[in-house]
Design a protein around this ligand. Structure first.
Ligand code: ATP
Length: 298
């Protein structure tokens, strides 16, 4: 859920865009159009980018703080604003300030969440009221993960290419330590290197029997059992991801897994104390790329 944190006047608005983790991720197939069919449960977490919108001028102007992401059309924020104006026929005229706190290309869905915040924010700022279905449709054209952030679910099971969503059970009692090793991983590269042919892959087919249909309550046991199919690809290039997983488990995590296409690894801790200890341990090594967060309940 994208939550308004400040509304000064109708001509300006601030929203916070949460990150997500994938509590498990299975890659089932590659479609002829190149997209992968997946099965995953995503959980929003309380780590936020902040977006400030104000009606201004006759263009889309974007400035970013906190990270060196593009301020032009390569930025999903810019593209989401273009998509909004094109879908509504409204004359462009907005200044957007993006404060990046979510690590980029980290498997935490930051760009997708920002894009959803833009659609929801501009819809409100311009008083259009497009409705959830229309916003979901525009969001999906921007990226498969965008619809999850348009919805106000805290957690959802995602199927097809990730856009088919069903509200899922929660992990509210857990503390989450995120460890980002500080390098970016391209989602495209990870999927391209996933060992799946467009024909039948015996490894994938064998698992068909073990589909994770019953995940309405996701437990650390299920996180460990289902895992993340993309981990092997990312770990083969960056073994450090595997080391972080092991260290999180050693520090008391009930489950530890790479999120999305990585490289961020999360550990689930039932108690605050162990989570805090583990957070401090990793922060000594990885500095500001380590976070102690809770699930985000919109
Ligand atoms: P996902 O988990 O959805 O695959 P991610 O967290 O791995 O996403 P993002 O942080 O969304 O990755 O960034 C992926 C790519 O998109 C980066 O290469 C980045 O340059 C580009 N990008 C475009 N707009 C944004 C944005 N607003 N925030 C972050 N990255 C952006």
């Amino acid at each position: 859920m994208i939550e308004a944190v400040l509304t000064t006047e109708t001509s300006s608005l601030s929203l916070k865009a949460p990150a997500k983790i994938n509590l498990f991720l299975k890659v089932l197939n590659r479609r002829p159009d190149g997209y992968h069919e997946i099965e995953s449960v995503m959980l929003k977490i309380a780590l936020f980018d902040i977006l400030r919108f104000s009606r201004h001028g006759k263009t889309i102007s974007l400035s970013c703080q906190g990270s060196k992401v593009s301020e032009g059309p390569e930025n999903l924020v810019y593209r989401a604003a273009e998509a909004f104006f094109s879908a509504t026929g409204k004359t462009p005229g907005v200044r957007i300030i993006l404060e990046k706190n979510i690590p980029v290309a980290a498997g935490l869905g930051g760009g997708s969440s920002d894009a959803a915040a833009v659609l929801l924010g501009l819809d409100r700022l311009f008083g259009v009221n497009l409705g959830r279905d229309r916003l979901l449709e525009i969001g999906l054209r921007l990226g498969a993960d965008v619809p999850f952030f348009v919805h106000d679910y805290s957690s959802a099971a995602a199927t097809n290419i990730g856009e088919n969503l069903e509200e899922a059970g929660l992990l509210h009692d857990y503390w989450i330590v995120l460890v980002n090793p500080g390098f970016a991983l391209s989602t495209k590269w990870v999927y391209e290197n996933f060992p799946l042919t467009s024909c039948a892959n015996p490894y994938i087919l064998a698992r068909g029997r073990n589909r994770s249909n019953d995940y309405h309550v996701v437990s650390p046991g299920l996180v460990e059992e289902f895992g993340n199919d993309l981990e092997a690809v990312s770990i083969s290039r960056y073994p450090e991801i595997g080391d972080i997983k092991k260290e999180l488990k050693k520090a008391g995590a009930s489950a530890a897994l790479m999120s999305g296409s990585g490289p961020t690894v999360f550990g689930l801790f039932p108690g605050k104390e162990e989570a805090q200890y583990s957070y401090e341990l990793f922060a000594r090594k990885y500095g500001k790329n380590v976070f102690l967060v809770r699930p985000y309940i919109p």
